[in-house]
Design a protein around this ligand. Sequence first.
Ligand SMILES: CCCCC/C=C/CC(=O)SCCNC(=O)CCNC(=O)[C@H](O)C(C)(C)COP(=O)(O)OP(=O)(O)OC[C@H]1O[C@@H](n2cnc3c(N)ncnc32)[C@H](O)[C@@H]1OP(=O)(O)O
Length: 364
Amino acid sequence: MSGTAMRASQKDFENAMNQVKLLKKDPGNEVKLKLYALYKQATEGSCTMPKPGVFDLVNKAKWDAWNALGSLPKETARQNYVELVSSLTSASQPSSQVEPGADRKPSAYETLEVTSEDGITKIMFNRPTKKNAITTQMYHEIMLALKAAGKDDSSVTVLTGNGDYYSSGNDLTNFTDLPPGGPEEKAKNSAILLRDFIDCFIDFPKPLIAVVNGPAVGISVTTLGLCDAVYATDRATFHTPFSHLGQSPEGCSSYTFPKIMGPSKATEMLIFGKKLTAREACAQGLVTEVFPDSTFQKEVWTRLKAYAKLPPNAMRISKEIMRSREKEKLRAINVEECNVLQERWLSDECMNAVMNFLSRKAKL
Ligand SMILES: CCCCC/C=C/CC(=O)SCCNC(=O)CCNC(=O)[C@H](O)C(C)(C)COP(=O)(O)OP(=O)(O)OC[C@H]1O[C@@H](n2cnc3c(N)ncnc32)[C@H](O)[C@@H]1OP(=O)(O)O
């Protein structure tokens, strides 16, 4: 939902809880788990319960769903709950009662705009005034949007940015919001969130296309290595200034980048922080094709609409064959990178770099 839209009140929340009981059609286990998780998050906040044992399947599934919401604010969980229930109740109405345009339900997201049209689900980063920097809330919303897109009836999914940037990467103010356990707890929570976030890319079941509408920084660059195609405007740049920030590669880029572009070019990007132009990134295989900025949107969307008409199951199966041999490896690399970063975030090098940015002493 956009920042200006109404937030769900406690009354809306209670009404939604009552509506769930009146649903005529069983929404299925997936949705029920989502409802459970949002309800717990909205009423109790982040999951702090001990994880149930592996054989306690039902409670473990519930715990996993709740825990996946991480530190999603209570109000956002309440809002997402109300909107999810609203989508379920409108879906169960007979079509004759549905007003024209009623299928265009309000977005369930504050930091994204998600639309589905012509067989394409478009997930647009929507914090243009902050160069689409990714806040903790936005990580959660992207995960929810990817999980929903993986299951909806679109054929392909697109990631793109609103405004002049694709994304300036991790929002550096994320580091300032410390939990009671201080920086150590923050680093641990962030590593879990990062791992889950990247797993969503590794496991995404359909063609995932990045439409890079402007400069990309940090994690918005590394995740391109997990996308299936990357189309860029010639205005885009690709920058992973990890050493400058006292950090280390994430998004499986320590594996995908050397594989895509060879070790020495990957070193220039990941260790020395060399910023690439779109044409350089294309020559090195990170970008699929570059388009002139003036015709970028028109050309890319025309092409994507044609691709989206291809048989969806064939595309899904082909992706599965291409990705399946790598999945376990990518998951293991993701865990390793998150462990290293958890320590890096506590280093003086990293803390100083973040402080310098926040105190306006440094920009990239
Ligand atoms: C769960 C945790 C997981 C962590 C995973 C780790 C990921 C690693 C990375 O992603 S590393 C990359 C981090 N990103 C940066 O270091 C970029 C920092 N931003 C900049 O250097 C510049 O803002 C810029 C070069 C992207 C753009 O410069 P420009 O001068 O064109 O614009 P402004 O600086 O005025 O930006 C407009 C407002 O947006 C705010 N902003 C932009 N990027 C970020 C960011 N990454 N984090 C926080 N805030 C950002 C900027 O502060 C301005 O805000 P203001 O209008 O309130 O001043």
